[in-house]
Design a protein. Structure first.
Length: 299
C-alpha cells in the first residue's frame, strides 16, 4: 500500500513538472486607449504563444470576458495564433474592463488533460480627442503647418518644447500653427495643450534655416552717399515684428539704423550711409535664419 502511495505521488509530481513546463504565453494586442468611432464597435486582439510541443495546438481556443460576459474569439487573418473579437461598446460608455481566457489540451505519455488559463484584468479607454498626424514634420520659420485629429477646440494651443506658439483653430478635426522664430536646424517636441494644460505629445518637428533677402546684394558708395537697402522674408512678420541683426567688420564705414520688419509685413526699407573709406561686409542674421554676407565698398 505504501509503495502504491509512493507511485501515485510520483505520477502527480511528474504531471506537475510537465504541466509547469508547458506554460503558454498570452499577449494582449489591444491598446489601452482606442479612438472613438461612429459605429461603436471595437476590435480586441490576443496573440497566443504555445511554448511546448506537447500542447495540442489544434485544440487552442480563446475567449474574452468583458464586463463579466464571456465571448468566443475567432482566429485572425493577421497571423497564426492571433485571435480577435469585435465588441459593441455603448455610446454612453467611455471604458471597459476585460480579460482573456485560453482553453487547450495538453497531453504526454503520462497524462492527458484539459487546460484553462486566464490573463490579468485589462482596461480600455475610449478617447474622443487625439492627434492623427502633422501635415509635415519640418519647415522654416513663418510657414503654416496643419495638425489633423479629433476633438480640437478654439482654446487649444500648439506647444514647441514648453512654449505655446501661434495656433489657429479651423475645425474639431484640424488646427494649424505658425513655425516660430526659434533657432534653426533643431528638432523640437510638439504637443497639443488644452485649456486645462493637459498636453498630448504629437511628435518631433525640425525647424530648417530660412534666408533673409537683401537688395542690392552688393554695396558700393562714396563717403556721405546714401543707399536704400530692402530686407525681405517669405512670410508676414510675427507679433511685435521681426528684429534683424546687422553687424559689420568696418563699423567706421557703415552708418545705418536698427532693422525691424514690422508685424504683418514681409519687408522693410532701411538707409545705409557711407562713412569713412573702407572695404568689408555687413552680416545679416536673425533667429531661425541663416547668415547672409553682403560685400561693402566705401570710397
Amino acid at each position: 500500500m505504501k509503495q502504491m502511495k509512493i507511485f501515485l505521488n510520483y505520477i502527480i509530481l511528474i504531471s506537475t513538472l510537465v504541466l509547469s513546463g508547458c506554460s503558454t504565453g498570452m499577449i494582449n494586442l489591444t491598446p489601452g486607449k482606442i479612438p472613438v468611432n461612429s459605429s461603436g464597435i471595437y476590435t480586441f486582439s490576443l496573440r497566443v504563444k504555445p511554448s511546448e510541443a506537447k500542447i495540442d495546438k489544434e485544440s487552442i481556443k480563446a475567449n474574452i470576458v468583458i464586463d463579466g460576459e464571456t465571448h468566443r474569439m475567432v482566429k485572425s487573418n493577421l497571423g497564426e495564433y492571433i485571435f480577435e473579437y469585435e465588441h459593441l461598446i455603448p455610446g454612453n460608455r467611455a471604458s471597459a474592463k476585460y480579460y482573456y481566457e485560453l482553453v487547450y489540451n495538453f497531453k504526454t505519455k503520462v497524462v492527458k488533460r484539459h487546460e484553462r488559463k486566464k490573463t490579468k484584468l485589462f482596461a480600455v479607454k475610449l478617447i474622443d480627442r487625439y492627434v492623427i498626424q502633422l501635415e509635415s514634420d519640418r519647415g522654416v520659420q513663418g510657414s503654416k503647418v496643419a495638425v489633423l485629429g479629433r476633438g480640437f477646440n478654439p482654446e487649444d494651443r500648439i506647444v514647441f518644447d514648453d512654449t505655446e506658439i501661434s495656433t489657429e483653430f479651423q475645425s474639431p478635426n484640424s488646427i494649424s500653427f505658425i513655425v516660430p522664430g526659434v533657432p534653426a536646424n533643431v528638432d523640437y517636441n510638439v504637443s497639443l495643450r488644452s485649456y486645462h494644460n493637459d498636453d498630448i505629445l504629437i511628435g518631433d518637428f525640425r525647424v530648417d534655416s530660412s534666408k533673409i533677402g537683401i537688395s542690392p546684394n552688393k554695396i558700393s558708395l562714396l563717403s556721405g552717399q546714401v543707399e536704400t537697402l530692402n530686407f525681405n522674408i517669405d512670410f508676414e512678420a510675427p507679433a511685435g515684428g521681426l528684429i534683424i541683426n546687422v553687424t559689420t567688420d568696418i563699423p567706421q564705414s557703415v552708418i545705418m539704423p536698427e532693422v525691424l520688419i514690422p508685424e504683418g509685413e514681409k519687408s522693410v526699407n532701411v538707409p545705409l550711409e557711407g562713412g569713412e573709406k573702407g572695404e568689408g561686409y555687413i552680416f545679416v542674421e536673425s533667429s531661425g535664419f541663416s547668415l547672409v554676407e553682403v560685400p561693402v565698398i566705401i570710397d
